[in-house]
Design a protein around this ligand. Sequence first.
Ligand code: G3H
Ligand code: 13P
Ligand code: ZN
Length: 284
Amino acid sequence: MAFVTNTELLAKAEKEGYAAGAFNTNNLEITLSIVEAAVAERSPVIIAVSPGAMEYAGVAYLAAIAKVASESVDIPVSLHLDHGTSMEHVEACIEHGFSSVMIDGSKLPYEENVSLTRQVVELGRKKGVSVEGELGRLVGVEDSVSVSEREASMTDPTQAAEFVERTGVDALAVAIGNVHGWYKGRPDLDFDRLREIKSKVGTFLVLHGASGIPDDMIREACSIGVDKINIDTEVRDAFRQAVARFVSENPDVIDPRKILMPARDAMREVVARKMRLFGSAGKT
Ligand code: G3H
Ligand code: 13P
Ligand code: ZN
């Protein structure tokens, strides 16, 4: 199938009460694992490409790989720019056939975030591409922040409603105590804040930094109404562990295909498990 937009994928997720997974790719092997898991689980899926991935592999290669994967299967696949920070990122992705983009102005002053996000939405509307924005900052797991700094970095529900109104974004990434990378101990997510955001904001909600969030908390986020959940670190970890184990157990094997196959299997299993957890399995 040709790529579908995030809006199309998330409208069904919102209506049927599950979340779609967005999984980051950087190469052929990760993309294959993501799409194979989606096929095995009969799940819609979002393939996410960050500016770092674009720098590593080239947006043309990543888009071409995802396109072949999507056209070879009969499940809905979206190709999405993750954490784009400039019009250049957005334009490059649209030019290469992405169906969705994220513009992350969360580190900018509020008015600049509104203005950049609105520009991307205007372009997205012209090109038929969905747009995700972000309000509130994900504090790094290594950052030592005081309670008041943590509060201040989180998405303000009233401001979120205004942000969505003024920008017209299709989806909003929220900061409720979630972080990128591994958590130290059990995550401290502010579900009351998420409920308030949900009640005030009439657009799809996105939870970034979902690796390492325990299953019960993910279920709660889905039941409150999160529509899209981003996973990267757990897939990276599965890759690293599988390669490390294979190389240590088979020191004489030099064939990259033999080294990478266990990693593909391990990544596919992580993605499939998340699809079952998010409730998107069996939804196509
Ligand atoms: O949230 C960001 C993703 O994990 C992508 O990470 O910027 O290292 O490609 P990256
Ligand atoms: P994790 O690496 O913490 O899973 O976060 C992924 C993410 O938010 C990608 O945008
Ligand atoms: Zn993210």
